[in-house]
Design a protein around this ligand. Structure first.
Ligand code: SAM
Ligand code: SF4
Length: 290
């Protein structure tokens, strides 16, 4: 598929859930966001149907994201469906890595090819600070606990060691190349980014440094080590967990696959791709998965 600005569209990012077990400071408010209702979330067979149509129209790369994709139950069964689709040559996942260690082997067996793991610091305290530990990340709708309870919860929360174990497990399972996503405030020279770069060098991993996007203004910068933020080379469409095809992360436009059918929604999304991202008022990154 070629969009109105001559760009080849061959990459579909699929957000499988808006839920997450972390509350990264740059992504979600501490108390979380109103969740999409269960009935509105696409079923695995519906997602597979969209991917089948997209592959038929020329999409070759598919990435599962979220929210946190590993919080959706039995994501392996979706991966099995997607891995069978003719034309899908690259099937990847972006994950925070906290739930990856026990799942790496089953994900690989299901047909996942590789993972990108988000890692913003290799300092355990900074990691807990950035991800807000577990203390506010309560999916049961109860209020965030007070500071005392919070520190106990943080001690039990998924933390840096879970992510590093997840990366090791992904490497051992062959979910390779494992790449890291690291959000930076200003520069690749800040201490957290340098720590991640050193760790990546020791482990032989590639890192993409992503300038923190200001979700209030929608401003974003060019990714260092990847194509994100380079509108002239954009090849992506995005499917939200509630079934909208979005032409651009930084736009509020979307086409419902349930109302229009996958093929029509895909082709309208391609035709509506803007030349460059504008300001997104509804902060889709949290729903669309970056
Ligand atoms: N939960 C998974 C994870 O963290 O990898 C997948 C979804 S997350 C929204 C996808 C990517 O978006 C992550 O690498 C995250 O760091 C990035 N991201 C989230 N909010 C961002 C922001 N405000 N600016 C830049 N990147 C952001
Ligand atoms: Fe969750 Fe990923 Fe957002 Fe962090 S960046 S809160 S892990 S969805």
């Amino acid at each position: 598929m070629i969009d109105p600005f001559g760009r080849r569209i061959d990459y579909l990012r699929v957000s499988v859930t808006d839920r997450c077990n972390l509350r990264c400071v740059y992504c979600m408010p501490a108390e979380g966001l109103p969740l999409v209702s269960h009935d509105d979330i696409l079923r695995y067979e519906e997602i597979a149907e969209v991917v089948r149509e997209a592959a038929d129209l020329g999409v070759t790369k598919v990435r599962l994201t979220g929210g946190e994709p590993l919080t959706r139950r039995n994501i392996e069964s979706l991966i099995v469906l997607l891995a069978r689709i003719d034309g899908v040559r690259d099937l990847a996942m972006t994950t925070n890595g906290t739930l990856l260690a026990p799942r790496a082997v089953t994900l690989k067996a299901a047909g996942l090819m590789r993972v990108n793991v988000s890692l913003d610091s290799v300092d355990p305290d900074r990691y807990a600070e950035i991800t807000r530990g577990r203390c506010a990340a309560r999916d049961d709708g109860t209020e965030a606990p007070d500071a005392g309870a919070c520190s106990a919860a943080v001690r039990r929360s998924p933390g840096l060691k879970d992510v590093l174990a997840g990366i090791d497990a992904a490497l051992a399972a062959g979910l390779t190349p494992v790449k890291l996503n690291c959000v930076i405030e200003r520069s690749v020279d800040e201490p957290d980014a340098r720590g991640v770069a050193d760790y990546a060098r020791r482990r032989g991993l590639e890192v993409r440094f992503i300038p923190r996007m200001d979700l209030a203004t929608g401003r974003f910068g060019q990714v260092v080590g990847g194509d994100g933020g380079a509108c002239g080379r954009c090849s992506r469409l995005r499917l939200t967990s509630d079934g909208y095809l979005r032409p651009c992360l930084m736009s509020d436009v979307g086409f419902s696959v349930r109302e229009l059918g996958p093929r029509e929604a895909i082709s309208l999304a391609v035709k509506s791709k803007p030349e460059a991202g504008g300001v997104c008022e509804k902060h889709w990154i949290r729903r669309i998965g970056g």
